[in-house]
Structures are given as structure tokens and as C-alpha cells.
Ligand binder design. Structure first.
Ligand code: VGL
Ligand code: ZN
Length: 201
């Protein structure tokens, strides 16, 4: 049973958004074209309260993209993004969500960031997504979206740990940092993830 997991295709990750991913808007039509090939389609939304710990604006003297340590976990500080209820947190208006059965929201706890769709960054709390996908009968999990080197990557790592047969749809994803992405791709291959093109689904 084939499931498509669409990660964080939200306005704030588009080229004109608060935390822009280069070419982030280019993947929307590709994702729309492949959805009909899946038995189940799920999306995620980064969904932060305004006082979220990952925002540089909530740390005195800090700037976006600084690296700090919070409760023993390293944290990149970001510009304010995907604030609950704002336009920036909405899914891209052209993303077709008709087939999308449900949306999992993450990063809602102000005290901890959550890159993965499955767990927070401290791996303390589950979102329930793994159980949901298993109960629905998912055998093959196809993952795409934004950003390929952050939330997509962390989601894939947890999905592999949860035992899913994972496929990363490369042309339906874009990375924030293209240079570091080469190494991340090698890591995915080492984990047994299949890197594929949307044309091969
Ligand atoms: C993301 C940074 C901060 C993502 C979310 O969706 O990749 N990146 N929050
Ligand atoms: Zn975030």
C-alpha cells in the first residue's frame, strides 16, 4: 500500500516567504501530478506558536541561523516562520489537497523544535504519525516536500527507524542548503532509502 507524505509545502518556505527555500514553488505542480498514484496522501505543516524556541527573535542578541544549545540539544535559530494561523503557515494555495486525508501539525510545543513529522528533535514525544500510517496499512512510504535537507531528511530518518520502506522523491523536494544536500543524499542511500524521480512512480 503506497502512501505519499508531503512535508511542509507552506508559504513561508516559498521563495517570497519568511524562510525561503530556493525553487520551493517549483515542486507544487510536480506533487499535484503524482498524487493520484497513491492509496493514501498525508501532508504536514510546521505550526509554531509566536514564542517558539526556534525563533531567533525569542533569544536576546541572537540572529537567524545562529546555532545554540537548548537543554542539551543543538538548535539552529530561524527567522519567525509558520506561525499558527498566519498566511505563511498555510499550505501553498496551488497545492491540491483534495486527496489529502489528514494534515499532521508539528512544532506546536514552544519549548522544543520538531523537524521530523514523527518525533520532536529530542525524540521525546511522538506525533502519532507512525502508528497512523501502520494502521492504514502503509508498506511503501514516499516522501517529498520542503526542506529536503531539514524536515524531509529528519522525517525520512525516523520513517526508516519505524521500519517503513522509504522512497525520497528528489524532484518533488528542494533543499535549503544545496551544498550540504549531497552528503545528506549519501546518508539516505546508506540508510536504504531509494532516491527516485516523480516520473518513475
Ligand atoms: C523547517 C526549518 C525550521 C522545514 C521547519 O520544514 O524544513 N526548516 N522549521
Ligand atoms: Zn519550523
Amino acid at each position: 500500500m503506497k502512501t505519499l507524505l508531503i512535508i511542509d509545502v507552506q508559504n513561508d518556505f516559498m521563495p517570497d516567504g519568511a524562510l525561503p527555500v530556493p525553487n520551493g514553488d517549483k515542486i507544487v505542480s510536480i506533487i499535484n501530478e503524482i498524487q493520484h498514484k497513491f492509496d493514501l496522501v498525508i501532508a504536514t505543516q510546521d505550526w509554531h506558536p509566536e514564542d517558539h524556541i526556534s525563533f531567533a527573535s525569542n533569544h536576546k542578541g541572537a540572529s537567524p541561523f545562529d546555532e545554540i544549545e537548548i537543554n542539551g540539544i543543538s538548535q539552529t535559530l530561524w527567522p519567525n516562520h509558520c506561525v499558527q494561523g498566519t498566511k505563511g503557515a498555510e499550505l501553498h494555495p496551488k497545492l491540491n489537497t483534495l486527496q489529502c486525508e489528514t494534515i499532521f501539525r508539528k512544532g506546536t510545543d514552544k519549548e522544543i523544535d520538531s523537524y521530523s513529522a514523527f518525533y520532536d528533535n529530542g525524540h521525546l514525544k511522538s506525533t502519532g504519525l507512525a502508528g497512523y500510517l501502520k494502521e492504514k496499512g502503509t508498506t511503501e512510504l514516499f516522501i517529498c516536500g520542503l526542506a529536503a535537507d531539514i524536515c524531509v531528511y529528519y522525517s525520512i530518518r525516523d520513517a526508516v527507524k519505524e521500519g517503513f520502506n522509504c522512497f525520497f522523491i528528489e524532484d518533488a523536494s528542494e533543499a535549503l542548503d544545496k551544498k550540504s544536500f549531497k552528503k545528506i543524499k549519501e546518508d539516505m542511500i546508506d540508510m536504504g532509502v531509494k532516491i527516485i524521480s516523480s516520473k518513475l512512480i
